[in-house]
Design a protein around this ligand. Structure first.
Ligand SMILES: [Cu+2]
Length: 282
């Protein structure tokens, strides 16, 4: 069963897969197979890497499956045929070990620059937003007019993230309860929000529009409804939105102060307990 057979099989498999895949250019994919719209500046580069990996693994997948079916058929049971025992083929094994290793190293080197650009270098002059995930919502905090976080003029929103087009945004992620994953598919952003940890990520919108924010980590029973909205505004619209939020918050503040204290603040004793039990629980 030396190489002539295997080589012929391999050549047939290669020709067949090339013929099968030729019409399947990116534009021929049906809508549901395509990647989402590219709404961030680095989305095209990530997609190029994604497509390259898809093509390499896709072609290998087709070749392997075709060979599998071919050998199943070729070495099927036949009356009177005796099995041949072989230890394998050293040359083939060296080839299929070195080739994938080389492909992996090549992909690692190719993706290195994009990784550095996205994960290791934070842009200057960016809009800063703090994001806290909780079961099952996204809380956004803007620094307000003083430009500082955790001060009285911070602007807080629930499930609504806005930022201006053409300007980088740095998001500092954390979580109140369990691990969530901040997922903006159109921006090719997906990052875990981990309790007790602050993770910084950045992205930049390249067009005006509104998309959904998902949680990409199964984080509890309400995970499916942990949805927010990301809106990329023109700079003027963004400033107006921020001002509106600040005004709304200022208008709501006195109402919140006047509201009666929540019932949990009042001491409530469980019925049927003795005085000692009521007082001695702490
Ligand atoms: Cu979640």
């Amino acid at each position: 069963m030396r190489l002539p057979h295997a080589a012929r099989a391999l050549r047939a498999a290669l020709l067949f897969s090339a013929a099968a895949l030729a019409p399947a250019s990116a534009f021929a994919w049906p809508e549901w197979m395509r990647l989402p719209e590219q709404a961030s500046t680095y989305a095209p580069e990530i997609d190029n890497m994604f497509h390259l990996i898809m093509w390499i693994t896709g072609v290998i997948f087709v070749i392997v499956e075709l060979l599998l079916v071919f050998f199943l058929w070729k070495y099927r049971h036949r009356e009177g045929r005796v099995a041949t025992y072989t230890h394998g083929n050293n040359r083939l094994e060296v080839i299929w070990t070195i080739l994938p290793a080389l492909i992996c190293v090549m992909l690692a080197l190719l993706s290195r620059r994009i990784w550095e650009q996205i994960k290791e270098k934070m842009p200057h002059d960016a809009v800063e937003v703090h994001v806290t995930g909780e079961q099952f919502a996204w809380n956004f905090r803007y620094p307000g007019p003083d430009g500082k976080f955790e001060t009285a003029d911070d602007i807080l929103t629930l499930n609504q993230l806005h930022f201006p087009v053409g300007k980088p945004v740095i998001v500092t992620l954390t979580s109140k309860d369990v691990i969530h994953s901040f997922f903006l598919p159109e921006f090719r952003v997906k990052q875990d929000a981990v309790p007790g940890m602050k993770t910084r990520i950045w992205f930049q919108g390249n067009r005006v529009g509104q998309w959904e924010i998902a949680c990409a980590e199964l984080c509890g029973l309400g995970h499916f409804r942990m949805k927010g909205f990301v809106t990329v505004d023109t700079p003027a619209d963004y400033e107006k939105w921020l001002a509106d939020q600040a005004a709304q918050q200022a208008a709501d503040a006195p109402k919140a102060a006047e509201a009666p204290a929540p019932p949990a603040a009042a001491p409530v004793a469980a019925p049927g307990k003795t005085e000692a039990e009521k007082g001695g629980s702490s």
